[in-house]
Design a protein around this ligand. Structure first.
Ligand code: ADP
Ligand code: MG
Length: 258
């Protein structure tokens, strides 16, 4: 089943075509990666799909519904959530509070309930805190609940952002370079974590430069170059594609395989 359908999407910034008639289909319960050189339009694709910017042409469907004109919060509510290339956290809130912010879109309680607190509100709050703690444990951040987000390492901040995204109860998460700036050990743990998330029934769209990670984890890979999709297929198909080698992987990659 196709969960996300990007149909002929273009995005121009003045004279620059950051995306040029890009179509991508993401199947449910898979890990699908988007790779390509810097500036090839990967983040722009994420922005357009999640409502942070509007496409110049084309449409986006999620679970069969046209979401092209929806706001980010409405898209999150429908079960599609993303993280950012440059971590976007509430740096002066605690780790636990950051995850609770992600829960907010699923709460029934309203502002009035911070004063008037019937039993169901108290229970909802307790359940939310339990759920947030479970997600922090999944993300390898148990024990950090009371730390300020800004005091975490970069790799930990990236995982916290992922935990917050999961707190929205998504069907699909889109991760913009989750392993960038992390150590090799952290990247290996991240591979396990992403597999666990997929095995929980979720779908992952991943932007990542670490090719060994992309190779080991992806069901399918799409390659962008100058805003155009130049290849798509299994990891093995994509890395042996001459155009992909020339545009992205480079001569060093070829030599390493020889
Ligand atoms: P990637 O994530 O693949 O590195 P981006 O999607 O960030 O690439 O950028 C694609 C191209 O669009 C780049 O040339 C970038 O400079 C340009 N671009 C991205 N966002 C904007 C913007 N808001 N205004 C103008 N140009 C932009
Ligand atoms: Mg980017």
């Amino acid at each position: 089943m196709i969960l996300l359908k990007v149909n002929g999407v273009s995005k121009s910034f003045g004279g620059l075509k950051a995306l040029n008639n890009v179509s991508v289909e993401v199947a449910a319960n898979t890990i699908h990666s988007i790779v390509g050189p810097n500036g090839s339009g990967k983040t722009t694709l994420f922005n357009v799909v999640t409502g942070f910017s509007r496409p110049t042409a084309g449409t986006i469907e999620f679970k069969g519904e046209d979401i092209t004109a929806l706001r980010p919060s409405d898209i999150t509510f429908r079960g599609l959530v993303r993280t950012f290339q440059n971590v976007l956290l509430f740096k002066n809130l605690t780790v636990l509070e950051n995850v609770l912010v992600g829960r907010h879109c699923r709460l029934k309680a309203q502002a009035v309930h911070s004063v008037y607190r019937p039993q169901w509100v108290v229970e909802e709050e307790a359940a939310n805190v339990r759920r947030a703690r479970d997600l922090l444990e999944l993300a390898g951040l148990a024990g950090y609940e009371s730390d300020l987000a800004k005091n975490l390492s970069y790799g930990e901040q990236k995982r916290l952002e992922l935990a917050r995204a999961l707190a929205t109860d998504p069907k699909m998460v889109m991760l913009d370079e989750p392993a960038a700036g992390t150590t090799t050990a952290e990247a290996e743990n991240l591979v396990d974590l992403l597999r666990q998330i997929r095995d929980m029934g979720k779908t992952i769209l991943l932007i990542e430069h670490k090719m060994d990670m992309v190779m080991s984890i992806s069901d399918r890979v799409s390659v962008l170059n100058f805003g155009t999709k130049i290849a798509e297929g299994s990891p093995a198909e994509v890395i042996s594609n001459r155009q992909v080698i020339e545009a992205y992987l480079g001569k060093r990659w070829l030599d390493a395989q020889a």
